[in-house]
Write a protein that binds this ligand. Sequence first.
Ligand code: NI
Length: 187
Amino acid sequence: MILPIYLYGNPVLRKVTQKVKPDYANLAELIDNMFETMNHAEGVGLAAPQVGLDLQLFVVDSSKFKDKDPSIKNHKRVFINPHIVEEWGEPWSYSEGCLSIPYLYGDVTRKAELRLRYQDEHFQEKTETFDGFFARVIQHEYDHLQGKLFIDYLPLLQRNLIGKKLERMMTEGKYEVDYPAHFLHKK
Ligand code: NI
């Protein structure tokens, strides 16, 4: 089932998320729905707050970017209760976007490698090292779980400019997206 994506301005995107418990009802279904929602919207990653849930869960499907990361074998991944243990390596910049902030992009500088402790969809505890494009996607999605968005990294001037654009989109209801979304029109 395709879920509506919560857009910028919705408070759930700024919440610090809760741990997912192994007995969370219909977790497998939620994960399936998140993959379906992400693929339909042509995203590379999707975090639970983007479907309105303040949970420590995100999914990644980087198959579309195979060429960027030939070393990655398994592109479709589930990350539950993740914790970045360490980040290191030469910081690099990349133009990021977000399904919750349609049409807007900005260069974000992040460290190149990270070690992540997490649980997979079977609640198996794992610790793994990521680099390249895959690490970038993980960092972006991980931020969502802390209530953080990529625009927070932009220089103040650019952030204000984007903020104004977003504000205008919201108040004028000009958010047009190709996927089901939760709009937030300010009155
Ligand atoms: Ni995002």
